[in-house]
Design a protein around this ligand. Structure first.
Ligand SMILES: Cc1cc2nc3c(=O)[nH]c(=O)nc-3n(C[C@H](O)[C@H](O)[C@H](O)COP(=O)(O)OP(=O)(O)OC[C@H]3O[C@@H](n4cnc5c(N)ncnc54)[C@H](O)[C@@H]3O)c2cc1C
Length: 422
């Protein structure tokens, strides 16, 4: 079996990449993810209110013919239809979009051209003729390889943590801070506890709102120290476009911030202290305040997850530079790597608003818009590489097992030990 494309990652971006490749008849597709559970949206953000309006989720779920077909035929209770029936101008719970992502994942797996494979891509090597060979580690550390003409990285990002100049306080991960039931369990309800929150992004304000809710309900002994470098920034509707569309506070989070953090007479100020910082003053301020805190939650951005080790024509690639105009990549010398593409929160589209401000477009509808624009060019570009090198898209490459880390040859004779759907 030869694959036209290997798509790594099954979060919202990987789902959209597989859908776009299917729509362009670029099959067979090998789709690899270590969980196939809808990515971080479903794994960590189900409890988070959405920052986008329902109509933007619907634009994603109706963005392709294949998605519309899945949406019409998903079994009841159909989460895609549920989103379509909500008030389109309002926001919703991320859980509602996450359930629809899961429905798409299952629906895509039923297409003949899509093979889902549970595992983690550890390495990808491109040969002289442009073919990628990827190595996939299954959860049982069985290693397999597969070959394809296109390699698409939709590998996502995780919360960034920065080193702090003090050992105390204990860190609570941002993912736990975004999940009220988990956060409630992590914090004692009957002893004085101070939580430091670093940052002023959408995620930081969500954490402050979650902590504030705990103070007002079950954790009256809780105090909050909020470290911020800048005043709160809100998304603003302009004439046909949105100022700070990707970086500003939106939806219920923006409302909560206005009513509680901005209002001078808000009761929140009885238990929340704001500390304004600059990059220069932070080490001193952290050394002064953090030792008296019990916990710290850093909400200082998201860093792309590690990508598979890449080798191109025998040379390891040490640095990847995303070329957002095409979704492609260049290596550390600035040389474009044929047949390698990326999308999603780790590799977003760079956008410039009418006032010249640069942002990176993150969100389901934006991933879809971007992929609809660039995927037709990927498939066209790769056709010409294939012609130049004499590679067709017919059979020839294969999926087979390689030695595992202990040097033991292992696997299942069909070569599809973790096959989920064909
Ligand atoms: C707090 C928060 C709220 C958000 N709210 C919204 C919202 O309201 N609306 C909206 O549109 N967007 C929202 N987003 C933005 C965005 O839609 C999500 O971050 C989304 O999860 C990004 O999707 P992704 O597919 O790029 O990455 P991910 O969801 O992180 O998926 C990446 C997948 O790749 C897998 N993977 C990684 N490496 C490998 C490998 N080597 N081999 C195999 N699998 C691999 C991972 O396990 C994961 O399943 C929000 C983001 C955050 C942080």
């Amino acid at each position: 079996m030869k694959y036209r494309a290997v798509v790594v990652g099954a979060g919202p971006a990987g789902i959209a990449a597989v859908g776009n490749l299917l729509e362009q008849h670029q099959t067979p597709i090998l789709w690899v993810d270590d969980r196939f559970d809808g990515g971080r949206l479903n794994r960590y953000y189900r409890q988070v209110p959405s920052n986008t309006k329902v109509k933007l989720f619907v634009a994603y779920f109706e963005g392709l013919d294949v998605f519309r077909t899945i949406g019409r035929t998903a079994s009841a209770p159909n989460p895609i239809r549920h989103l379509q029936n909500l008030d389109q101008e309002k926001t919703c719970h991320i859980a509602e979009a996450a359930d629809a992502c899961l429905a798409l994942t299952h629906g895509l797996g039923r297409y003949d051209g899509v093979t889902m494979y549970m595992g983690s891509v550890s390495d990808a090597s491109q040969s002289e003729n442009g073919t990628w060979t990827v190595t996939i580690a299954t959860p049982e550390s069985i290693y397999t390889t597969a070959s394809a003409e296109l390699l698409v990285l939709c590998t996502g990002s995780s919360p960034t943590t920065q080193p702090l100049p003090v050992l105390l306080p204990q860190q609570i991960g941002l993912d736990d801070g975004l999940n009220p039931p988990v956060l409630s369990q992590r914090l004692p309800s009957d002893t004085p506890t101070t939580v430091a929150v670093i940052g002023a992004s959408h995620s930081a304000i969500l954490v402050l709102a979650n902590l504030s809710h705990l103070v007002e309900t079950t954790h009256s002994h809780l105090r909050i120290l909020w470290f911020t470098r800048h005043a709160l920034r809100y998304a603003e509707e302009r004439d046909g476009w949105i100022f700070r569309d990707n970086t500003g506070l939106k939806g219920t989070v923006a409302t909560w911030a206005r009513e509680n953090l901005e209002a001078g007479d808000s009761p929140v100020h009885q238990y929340l202290q704001k500390i304004e910082t600059t990059p220069e003053s932070e080490p001193t301020l952290y050394r002064t305040y953090l030792p008296d805190c019990t916990y710290v939650i850093q909400a200082v951005g998201y860093t792309p997850n590690p990508v598979p080790r890449l080798t191109v024509r025998g040379h390891p690639v040490s640095t990847l530079k995303h070329i957002d105009s095409t979704g492609g990549f260049a290596d550390e010398h600035g040389t474009t790597i044929d047949g390698l593409y990326g999308a999603g929160i780790a590799w977003p589209e760079r956008v410039v608003d009418p006032e010249g401000n640069v942002e990176y477009a993150v969100g389901l509808a934006k991933f879809m818009r971007y992929l609809r624009r660039v995927v037709p060019a990927w498939t066209g570009a790769r056709e010409s590489v294939g012609m130049r090198t004499g590679m067709g898209s017919g059979p020839g490459a294969s999926l087979h097992f390689v030695l595992d880390q202990k040097g033991v040859e292992s696997g299942v004779s069909t070569g599809m030990g973790r096959l989920m759907a064909g």
